[in-house]
Design a protein around this ligand. Structure first.
Ligand SMILES: C[S@@+](CC[C@H](N)C(=O)[O-])C[C@H]1O[C@@H](n2cnc3c(N)ncnc32)[C@H](O)[C@@H]1O
Length: 248
């Protein structure tokens, strides 16, 4: 996948709701949505269907919801939408689950204007009900919980997805050498700055992630998702067949 970034006019619009929360919150939203290739990449590749109910696990401050629900509010989206990208999704709703109460509070404050289309639940994804979703997004989150807990989350994601649904899972590839180690150092430092001490991270080589997902009955594709960063992040696009299977 080529390097993609959000058009500036779109970035300005979807990050504006974070401005009343202060300069840091606004700049953080701009930096993450503008600098992390995952957000533009999901749209460029057409991985978010129109009218999809999205479940965003480890949603942080709700940036994915700000982007996806904000698309409908842009006054002239077709004029700023990049040529060559898949069509813009519309009518998407997002339910985010996030462990950190402060991030949930910020997401709710910034995105209250979206009403029920953007809902944020404070809780541990390992124990919080997933409900039903057409697509589940997990960006850089699963490595915070144990391997057994990861497997359980993936099983529950499968159950939560409608037939034909998609899991969009970004992970670090533990067999990628230095870029992978850099991702882990950054995770440890960010957690420390946020007042949390991480004793371990639970990472796997890419082929183990693929096996875990195919074992559950997903069809899996991979897309590199680290352009413009020093990391080794891969997006796994895991699709369920349109009719239910018995794999578990
Ligand atoms: C690296 S951040 C990624 C945030 C967001 N997905 C993004 O890409 O912008 C990881 C997020 O996962 C959250 N998280 C970690 N463990 C979690 C858990 N067990 N349940 C819910 N959220 C969790 C963290 O609090 C943090 O907000």
């Amino acid at each position: 996948m080529s390097s993609a970034s959000l058009p500036k006019a779109l970035l300005d619009q979807v990050t504006a709701p974070y401005r009343p929360l202060g300069n840091f919150a606004w700049r953080f939203a701009r930096g993450k949505l503008g600098g992390d290739p995952a957000f533009a990449g999901l749209l460029q590749a057409g991985l978010i269907p129109s009218h999809a109910r999205i479940l965003d696990l480890g949603c942080g401050r709700g940036l994915l919801a700000a982007l996806l629900c904000g698309l409908d509010k842009h006054p002239s989206l077709s004029q700023v939408w990049p040529a060559g990208w898949a069509s813009a999704p519309h009518g998407v709703s997002v339910r985010g689950i996030e462990l950190m109460p402060r991030d949930v509070e910020r997401a709710r404050q910034a995105l209250a204007h979206l009403g029920p289309r953007a809902e944020f639940v404070q809780g541990d994804m390992c124990h919080t009900d997933f409900g039903q979703a057409d697509a589940v997004v997990i960006l850089d989150v699963l490595h915070y919980v144990s391997y057994a807990a990861q497997d359980d989350v993936l099983r529950r994601v499968k159950t939560a997805l409608t037939p034909g649904g998609t899991l969009l899972l970004r992970v670090g590839n533990a067999s990628a050498g230095l870029p992978f180690r850099i991702s882990n150092w950054v995770d440890m430092i960010v957690a420390f700055v946020r007042g949390k001490r991480l004793s371990s991270l639970y990472c796997r080589p890419l082929r183990d992630w693929q096996q875990a997902l195919t074992g559950l009955g997903f069809e899996v594709q991979t897309l590199p998702m680290h352009d413009g960063t020093p990391f080794a992040n891969i997006l796994l696009v895991a699709r369920l067949p349109a009719t239910a299977t018995s794999a578990s």
